[in-house]
Design a protein around this ligand. Sequence first.
Ligand SMILES: C[S@@+](CC[C@H](N)C(=O)[O-])C[C@H]1O[C@@H](n2cnc3c(N)ncnc32)[C@H](O)[C@@H]1O
Length: 257
Amino acid sequence: MVSSWVLDVLRCPETNQKLFACDLGLIRSGDGSFFPDRDGFTSLVYPQELVGNDEKMNRLYEWLAPYYDVSERILGRLLTGVDMQGGRQRIVDLLGLKRGMRLLEVSPGPGVFHPMLRKQLGEEAEIVSVDLSLNMLRQCRKRHASERIELIQANAQNLPFADESFDALFHFGGVNLFSDPARGLNEFVRVVRKGGLVSWGDEQMSEEFTHPIGRRMLPRMNPGFNELPPAVPVGVINATKHVVYEGLGYLFASTKA
Ligand SMILES: C[S@@+](CC[C@H](N)C(=O)[O-])C[C@H]1O[C@@H](n2cnc3c(N)ncnc32)[C@H](O)[C@@H]1O
């Protein structure tokens, strides 16, 4: 069951109606439809039937969840040489998050940023992470329970939150391959308050990345490395693009207008 502050900002991802808690951990909308609890996670996925890349990538991530860190370590050793932990700390530093901010993290995977986000925002801050993959959320719960981050199953392209619910939104690692990246970015903007932080990033190989085998192999394994990021959404100002992970990724940090 979600906590009361989350319930307050939760909305039906289809109709945007307010949601209410009821027995057995279920969430009910005003029109009488129910959203299930899946293995202890409030599940607000819309549409239920995934299409296009969402369906393909979700199958991959459900399978990959328990091995995410191991595969990253193997790839790191063989193909990138990149210090991923150092790269993550740099990303969190670039966000400029302030203590006590209310943060929505979209697509945490197994929670690789959770300890750094909690440390940066402080014990009292309200943080919620949403991911489409139930197995990724299970990994978050298993490894990062002590970070006390609220976990919800949802699709980034139909976020189950009221407009302007958060001071800041952070997403890394999924947007390039969403079925509809522009829709995802518009959702990111919608749920952040005016003047708040809207930040997103994903893989993109730049000149700074020089590992000879990685330069050849990574784009073959994931075409996203050679693609341009989606266009900056309407409704943000001061969008700044940073090169991260030693030339393997990009991060946009912007302000909601
Ligand atoms: C490559 S992982 C990134 C995890 C982590 N943020 C990181 O930087 O390592 C991509 C994550 O995006 C999630 N994801 C993919 N499509 C999504 C969608 N439409 N809505 C929400 N999460 C999604 C996947 O389930 C997976 O956990």
